[in-house]
Design a protein around this ligand. Structure first.
Ligand code: ZN
Length: 152
């Protein structure tokens, strides 16, 4: 039997549940930093690279990175994509408006941080733009505390 994309049935399986998981000591430090509006990374003792968010092992040297460092609130938009769909309860749907997801470098030795960039028309975003962190008014040590980045 010949198959094509058109022959596949795509059942919808509605799922709505709370997923609890342990984020480990490094991500815990990262989110604790959010309570003070700090962006933390871990620095490799061998090569000096900084992982943002922090992680235990350097991806290049495989050394344990115990030193936590605070990153600046401003950085450079190294690359980006413009999104037109969002994932909602497991289903793709059209976004209300195009949005920008950026790869942001907060320090020349730091890894890229993926985050939403707002305050700029998606058609006018450019690589190399300076962007700054925008925090929620009330921070509580959650991923959403660092709300977005915007042009600096
Ligand atoms: Zn290293």
């Amino acid at each position: 039997m010949e198959t094509s994309e058109a022959t596949f049935i795509t059942p919808v399986v509605p799922m709505d549940f709370t997923y609890n998981y342990r984020i480990g000591p490094y991500m815990t430090r990262y989110l604790e930093g959010f309570k003070e509006r700090k962006i933390l990374g871990s620095r490799c003792p061998a090569c000096g690279r900084i992982a943002v968010p922090p992680r235990k092992y350097c991806g290049v040297c495989n050394k344990v990175m115990e030193e936590m460092v605070e990153l600046p609130q401003e950085g450079t938009l190294e690359n980006f994509t413009v999104g037109h769909v969002i994932l909602e309860k497991g289903q793709l749907k059209a976004a209300d408006a195009p949005y920008v997801l950026g790869l942001i470098r907060l320090d020349e030795k730091a890894s890229l941080l993926l985050h939403r960039v707002e305050g700029v028309d998606p058609s006018r975003v450019e690589k190399g733009m300076k962007v700054k962190a925008v925090w929620k008014e009330d921070v509580e040590g959650d991923y959403g505390d660092l709300d977005h980045f915007e042009p600096a």
